[in-house]
Write a protein that binds this ligand. Structure first.
Ligand code: C2E
Ligand code: MG
Ligand code: MG
Ligand code: MG
Length: 294
């Protein structure tokens, strides 16, 4: 049975079951099956968004939440985006999945306190296929969410082609009052040139610079994070440090001048029902820290 064969396919190397393995499946006939699975997942509403707080460490409060997609598969359980987004991009389903995520995130955020924003990840494929501008404005008007509370996260792959249409689209989205963020900053070849080609509102410093802090792989992480934060400041952008897990890492990125922090130190991504509890949990973390330092 081909289905069972796919469902129990074991990935080599990682030693764990993975539903999809891009390298293996792209070349095989299984692609067709994956395609059908994604289509069904959309139809059966098997996708969900989890939310991770983005914390302002100057004001000591939650600034917003990043929407992170998961696939609740009936047999395989929760599948992380890294295991299906590449397929959704290759097959084109990312356009529909991405539109769903935009709509869902705007609706969810419209019910949150007015000072809390929502950040949505976009794939480069959404810039090439489909009507991204229409999807964004449609999600805003359907939810009633003010544009100023929506942030869009893109990676360098969006700008890779340096297509005039892409720049035009980004400028039009920004003109609505939406903030444009450059995700995973520091990992791309030519990352600095992207800062010249588009006026981003925020840089998200890649997790790798934070993760290796204090380990033998450190190699000047603090200096690099500080330089990025200074550069961002000069270009009138704020910085978000991703992947902060420990108090030491938090101190490092705070000293480096990062304004915002995202990471397991404050919270893992949570289901939408836990937004309010997460906001108060972050508040407790701050009051505890202040007590300790008093
Ligand atoms: P990203 O946008 O850079 O999101 C941050 C990732 O880092 C998330 O993984 C998050 O759970 C993880 N993370 C956050 N803090 C920590 C930490 O302290 N330690 C560790 N170890 N990890 C941390 P996740 O949810 O697996 O998402 C992975 C990537 O999938 C995202 O990276 C994003 O590129 C993509 N993605 C997620 N949702 C969507 C979506 O709706 N559309 C598109 N196109 N891509 C998405
Ligand atoms: Mg992101
Ligand atoms: Mg990121
Ligand atoms: Mg990342």
């Amino acid at each position: 049975n081909a289905d069972l064969a796919l469902h129990s396919a074991k990935t080599s190397g990682r030693g764990s079951y993975a539903f999809y393995d891009p390298e293996r499946d792209y070349e095989s006939g299984r692609v067709k099956r994956l395609d059908a699975d994604l289509k069904l997942a959309l139809k059966k509403k098997q996708f969900e968004l989890h939310y991770q707080p983005i914390v302002d460490i100057r004001a000591n409060r939650v600034n917003g939440f990043e929407a992170l997609i998961r696939w609740r598969h009936p047999e395989r359980g929760m599948i992380s985006p890294g295991d299906f987004i590449p397929f959704a991009e290759a097959s084109g389903w990312i356009v529909e999945i991405g539109n769903w995520a935009l709509t869902r995130a705007c609706k969810d955020a419209a019910a949150w306190p007015a000072e809390i924003k929502v950040a949505v990840n976009l794939s480069s494929v959404q810039f090439e296929k489909g009507d991204l501008y229409g999807a964004v404005t449609g999600a805003l008007s359907a939810s009633g969410l003010p544009a100023g509370r929506l942030e869009l996260e893109i990676t360098e792959s969006v700008l890779l082609r340096d297509h005039p249409k892409t720049h035009d689209l980004l400028h039009r989205l920004r003109a609505l009052g939406i903030k444009i963020l450059l995700d995973d900053f520091g990992t791309a070849y030519g990352a600095l040139s992207y800062l010249r080609s588009f006026p981003f509102d925020k840089l998200k410093i890649d997790r790798s610079f934070v993760r290796d802090f204090g380990t033998p792989n450190e190699r000047d992480c603090a200096a690099i994070v500080q330089s990025i934060a200074e550069l961002a400041k000069r270009l009138h952008m704020t910085t978000v440090a991703e992947g902060v897990e420990t108090a030491d890492q938090l101190a490092m990125v705070a000293n480096a001048g990062c304004e915002e922090v995202q990471g397991f130190y404050f919270s893992k991504p949570v289901p939408v029902g836990e937004i309010a509890a997460t906001v108060s949990r972050v508040r407790q973390i701050f009051s505890r820290t202040l007590e300790n330092s008093a």
